[in-house]
Ligand binder design. Structure first.
Ligand SMILES: [Zn+2]
Length: 187
């Protein structure tokens, strides 16, 4: 996975929320104001955090303390939305109170998708998948970019979610691969 060139140069190869330099991916904000670029470079931990609506890794999200001041509108909007979701955390509410956004950006923040629009990953049976789950592959899969086949019945432990609801990632034969959710079953 690599970032599109424009994001790579804007982010300087760092997660735009927490500055991690590994496993960066472009994350598209579910709603945009229609003008500003709406993609943000995120590490896998932050991608996981911004695609859920509860059970946040509160310590990791302390990074919002810095990223909410980003000069990139999409990053600021995403940070503000995350602060909104952390409404049980006093520190997050304090940060939110400090953050001043102009009207246009505030309107963008307020387009926060309803929970039912959040990205949901479901397996072949419709069971909701979460990061860290174990799954089993239910069909022989040719793995793109490698010469091996991920065999039916192969367990994949500790999966991670991507911002595509049809894709998860996990390690098979020691290689991290993208797996289509309809070909796995939660175990
Ligand atoms: Zn991050």
């Amino acid at each position: 996975m690599s970032l599109p060139a424009n994001l790579q140069s804007r982010s300087a190869g760092k997660c735009e929320l927490c500055s991690a330099e590994t496993s960066l991916e472009a994350f598209a904000l579910p709603y945009s104001d229609g003008q500003a670029a709406n993609e943000v470079a995120l590490c896998s931990t932050c991608t996981e955090q911004v695609t859920k609506s509860e059970d946040f890794d509160v310590n990791h999200l302390r990074c919002l303390n810095d990223s909410m001041w980003s000069t990139v509108p999409a990053v600021q909007v995403l940070a503000a939305r995350m602060l909104n979701r952390l409404n049980a955390e006093t520190w997050a509410q304090d940060l939110k109170d400090m953050l001043y956004l102009d009207e246009e950006l505030q309107a963008w923040v307020d387009q926060e998708p309803a929970e039912e629009d959040m990205i949901k990953h479901v397996d072949s049976n419709g069971a909701v998948l979460s990061a860290g789950d174990n799954v089993v592959i239910i069909k022989d899969l040719n793995v793109k970019g490698t010469s091996f086949v991920a065999k039916r019945g192969t367990p994949v432990r500790n999966i991670s979610l991507t911002n595509n609801p049809e894709h998860i990632e996990g390690r098979v034969n020691g290689t991290r691969i993208v797996i289509i959710t309809q070909f796995v079953k939660k175990s």
